[in-house]
Ligand binder design. Structure first.
Ligand code: NAD
Length: 497
């Protein structure tokens, strides 16, 4: 009997009553890791009821005690860093180093949650009129919801519930149905850290379970990370239901290579950013835009990419792991075939890739296209595989125009030796996260994760101060106190000392 993943409702890990279970498999071997239930309506309702009832008490727990819960959680996560990394590798097939990075980037957000009191401070102005002061508080919203993708099983759930809960909310997580092992361990550690009953719930499933959360009157805010079509649907449905929503979605990220850049840094950065994690990162570089003579480096890029091999999570020589599923692999291979059909030149083709000892893994080798044009499917679609498209232009202005025409705006980078070129790029580019001589510019948690355009729906972004604002509402108090010494002496004031 395979391991059946429990739900986490009302402080208990409970077996679901569902009759619908799906297999969870290791993408490097197809080994059956577990079976995952799609929660029943009664279970969804119970989770929401428990979160709603827990909110009444949790909102009154002093903010410094809420922060202390996060401090204990940080310590436990750090103690379990390697073990969590192994689970991420099992869930996704990521290399161990990459998997530990996934956990670490999540821990950094919990560290921010442990500093919540200063992020929750309001504003004050004294004496806005005679004897009248105005001040504001930030108060939690109630039951918040998180829906997460497969590609960062530790980091992305940790973008959400620690901050929401530290801010005084309760939280219902609907993790990716493809990678449930890591998240269940994250929850066990949260319980061990002292999380009170009902503050966090985990329900499993797909569209039906998400719809239940989106349409329920008692859920107040929805954080989503995943693909563009699902993000748009969730944003529309949540906001139609008058809920707050922030949806971090898919991308097509460009790196601009100026001829005055440091060639070794460019090639090294491009290789890691395009095929690292098998290209399954929302900040992966999927388009290299060579300006002027930098195009002469494409052959060397091909040489460097051709020595990168996918492999097992614990093989130190593996450059990256498998694609998450058979279906996703077919999609990536289909797009590679389409690129060739549409007339791009495939300088390096990873379609026929095998890994010794792991014949059943979802392997795709590094793939490099040149002569790519913006009307091709390999340019327009997020491939989410180890595939890099090269485009050549004559000037920086042309590169900027090309990238600004893209419907996505998650991340971008420029490699150059010129401060002036870098400054022009950072000012003019319509993308929310810009790297200068840095290929993947993901901001640390005291900033926010600020994708733009089609890569983000909403206004307040993930983590950082913006997330604290997302998970709280501002209350402004205007108060008048006239102090009259004589009246005070004569009144029946209690002795307060
Ligand atoms: P996905 O959209 O398929 O799934 C994400 C979540 O949505 C899962 O929990 C899934 O169960 C749920 N879901 C799927 N279909 C649904 C539907 N029809 N209605 C309601 N819910 C549904 O995404 P994925 O394949 O797990 O993740 C990869 C995608 O996530 C990529 O597009 C990637 O760029 C994006 N991503 C974005 C960011 C970011 O911060 N912008 C970060 C990581 C990943």
């Amino acid at each position: 009997m395979p391991n059946r993943i429990p739900l986490f409702i009302d402080g208990e890990f409970t077996a679901s009553e569902s009759s619908q279970y799906i297999p969870v498999t290791n993408p490097a071997t197809q080994e059956l890791l577990a079976e995952l239930p799609f929660a029943t309506e009664a279970e969804m309702e119970k989770a929401i009821e428990s979160a709603k009832s827990a909110f009444k008490k949790w909102r009154d727990v002093p903010v410094s005690d809420r922060a202390r819960l996060m401090m204990r959680y940080v310590a436990l996560l750090k103690e379990n860093h390697d073990a969590l990394g192994e689970l991420v590798s099992k869930d996704t097939g990521k290399t161990f180093a990459d998997a530990k990075g996934d956990v670490w980037r999540g821990i950094e957000v919990v560290e921010q949650a442990a500093n919540i009191p200063s992020s929750m401070m309001g504003e004050t102005v004294e004496n806005v009129a005679n004897n009248i002061d105005t001040y504001s508080y930030t108060q939690p919203l109630g039951v918040c919801v998180g829906i997460t993708p497969f590609n960062f099983p530790a980091m992305i759930p940790l973008w959400m519930y620690p901050l929401a809960i530290a801010a005084g909310n309760t939280f219902i997580l609907k993790p990716s149905e493809q990678v449930p092992l890591t998240v269940m361990r994250l929850i066990e550690l949260f319980v061990e850290a002292g999380a009170p009953k009902g503050v966090l719930q985990a329900v499993h499933g797909g569209k039906e379970q998400v719809d239940y959360l989106l349409n329920h009157p008692d859920t107040k805010a929805v954080s989503f990370v995943g693909s563009v079509p699902v993000g748009k649907y969730i944003y529309k449905t949540a906001t139609e239901n008058m809920k707050r929503a922030q949806c971090m979605a898919g991308a097509k990220n460009h790196m601009v290579i100026m001829p005055d850049a440091d060639k070794d840094r460019v090639l090294n950065g491009l290789v890691g950013a395009s095929v690292g994690a098998a290209g399954q990162r929302c900040m992966a570089i999927s388009v290299a835009v060579f300006v002027g003579d930098s195009k002469n480096w494409i052959n060397e890029l091909k040489e460097q990419l051709s020595v990168v091999k996918p492999g097992a999570w614990d093989d130190p020589k593996a450059g990256y792991g498998p694609i998450i599923s058979k279906a996703a692999t077919e999609r990536v291979l289909g797009l590679i075939a389409k690129g060739k059909e549409e007339g791009a030149t495939c300088l390096l083709d990873g379609s026929d890739c095998t890994v010794e000892g792991l014949p059943d893994g979802n392997w795709v080798g590094p793939t490099l296209f040149t002569d790519v044009t913006t009307d091709m499917a390999i340019y327009q679609e997020e491939i989410f595989g180890p595939v890099l498209c090269c485009i050549t232009v004559d000037t920086l202005a042309e590169a900027i125009e090309l990238i600004n025409a893209s419907p996505y705006g998650n991340g971008t980078s420029i490699f150059t030796g010129s401060g002036a070129a870098a400054r022009k790029y950072q000012r003019e580019i319509e993308v929310g996260q810009v790297g200068i001589n840095i290929p993947i510019p993901v901001p640390l948690p005291f900033f926010s994760f600020t994708g733009w355009k089609g890569s983000f729906m909403g206004d307040l972004h993930a983590y950082g101060k913006q997330a604290v604002r997302f998970y709280t509402e501002t209350k402004t108090v205007t108060s008048r106190w006239n102090y009259d010494e004589e009246a005070f002496k004569q009144s029946d004031q209690p002795n307060l000392t």
